[in-house]
Every structure is written in C-alpha cells, then in structure tokens.
Design a protein around this ligand. Sequence first.
Ligand SMILES: *Cc1c(COP(=O)(O)O)cnc(C)c1O
Length: 349
Amino acid sequence: MKIDRALDSRINEIDFDQISFGSHYSDHMFRSEFTNGKWTNSIIEPFGKIRFSPISLVFHYGQAVFEGMKAYKDKNNEVFLFRPKENFKRINRSAKRLEMPSIPEEIFMNGLKKLIDIDRNWIPKYYGKSLYIRPFLIATNGVLSAKPSKNYMFMIISTPADSYYKYPLKVKIEEKYSRSASGGVGFTKAAGNYASSFYPTRLANENGFDQILWTDSSTHTMIEESGTMNVFFLLKKKLITPKANDNILSGITCKSIIDLAKMDNISVEERDLSVSELIEGLKNGELKEAFGCGTAAVINYFEIINYRKTNFRLPYIPENKRISLRLKKMLLDIQHNLSEDPFRWRMHI
Ligand SMILES: *Cc1c(COP(=O)(O)O)cnc(C)c1O
C-alpha cells in the first residue's frame, strides 16, 4: 500500500463540540482499484476529488454498495473499531448480490486500520461521539451497455459524528411505498436502496413524521425496519425484533443488541411481527418501548407510531427504567472501552 500524506491537516476547521454530521472529512482517504480481474494500486492519499469517466457504470446503472462503521476513543486516547469484520463480510455479501467483485480481507482491513491510524486525531474523544467511516465500492468503467462493469474502485472516507438523532421519533407505518421486496436487494447496503426511500421519506416528513416504519412489500402487514434502522419493540415484557430475511438488512447494531439483551436476561424474540399485533399492543398498553438502531443512530426511541391517520403515543417510561437506554449504555460502554468486552467486539488500533 502506498501512503501519500497530506502536507497540512484541516483538523482546525472543525469544532468537536458542535459536530454537524458530514460537514468535515478527515485528511486522508483510502482507495484500491479492481482492473483485469485483480486488485491493484492501493493507496492512502489526501482526501480530495477523483475523476471518473462519464460512462462509469455507477452513474447509469447504480452498481454501488457501501458500509457504515465507527471508530471510538477511550479515556486514554486509545482507538477502537467495533466488529469491523462484520462490515467486511457484509460489503462482500452486498457486492455479490450486485454482481461486483469481492474485496480481499487484507485490502479491506489493512486499508481501514491504516487510514484510521493516520487520521486518529479526527476521532472525537467524547462518550457517544465517534469517527463515522464509510467504505464503498463502485463500478467505474463501462461501455454504456447494461452489463456489469469490469472495473471497480473501493474507497474509504471518514467524518466525525455526534449521535445521529437526538430526540424521540415520530414514525409512520407505511402501506404504500416499500424499501425492499422479496428476492430483491433489501438485505444489502446497495446505494439505490437509499435513493428509492428518499421520496416516501420526504412525504412522511411533510406530514410531521421523522421516519417511515416499513412493512413488507406484498401485504404491508408485517413490520420490517424504520428508515435505515432495524427495530425493536418491548411487548409483553419481551424484546421483539423482526427476523432478518432478504427484505431486512442484518444490522450489526441489531445483532449486538440481541446479544447484550440476552446477557442481561431479557427475553428476546427474533420473529415476524405483524402491524396488527403492534397496534393491539399500543391500544392495550402492553407495548412499553419501541426503538430503531443502527451504527449512525445507535438507538433511537420512538414516541409516536402512526397508523392510518391515528397517532399512537408510547407510554411514558422514566429514563432510568428504559430498557432501550440501558442497552444503549451497555453498547456505548463496550465501544468506548469502559466495560469488559465479553463478546470480543472491540478491535484495538
Ligand atoms: C445500515 C443499515 C442498518 C443498520 O445496520 P448497522 O450494521 O447496525 O449499522 C439497518 N437497516 C438498513 C436498511 C441499513 O442500510
């Protein structure tokens, strides 16, 4: 791997007390090219513009997949990644479904570790804050015919992050639009999944909702995800999350919360959850908590679930009694090296 260091750091341009997500990118980026069936030209270089041919397939047919992960600091400025191998495995699952080449483990992991090491000053040193890392793989050259590209570029960039949402969310059960369909690409982090959710999300925003609660595309009777988060519901003292399938993205935060909850003797069910079961729980008060989770958002509490013009308000639970907050703290404590790491999720950089 070639390393071309930035002559000057831009780190003084950012105020770490008031991070606005995505407004500043760390000094360096990593990239590696796939040409003639081989990965070559791995390099860490100053963050900046890159040139692509206008016929690059990513612009026409959306052959693009990505990941989202974070680096954290502990009290002594030591740096940790959280379950990075899971992101490595998932980007290759996504790549396979989009007919893209898989990224070798040493390219992904070495590029990632070296980049984070070089840009470690960019990781905020506060509980809950982190450096958000975006690995992505795109199709470069093409010949404008609708066939998979022969050339690809894998890149990693990063940006300091606060926690994503700071207030309880109002979510709307969606019965018209879908995020994913059976047999489709909903289980992948394909770029186009996001593009197709922007329009229905804007409509929901205009009606006063922060996020959509997605249901299955064929019947709109089963709960899937919310926005770009997996979802959990505390119903009849059980923590229920829709089981990952090809409509639902298998979130690393979600998997971690399942393990933490089980360790905490909470009974967890990964299963189908219908809209009617959810609405019944809202009506009879047996639904106590509802939240979404993901790397960007960590855990976000829902205060209102809307269904067919009715807003159902979740019961008020004092913060010190909320299971969602307890699990969030357990997760953040592991991520920031404040507690034991029983599942060996941390990777020290
Ligand atoms: C990325 C993503 C998630 C969350 O996954 P994490 O690994 O926890 O960050 C959930 N749903 C969708 C659709 C996603 O793209």
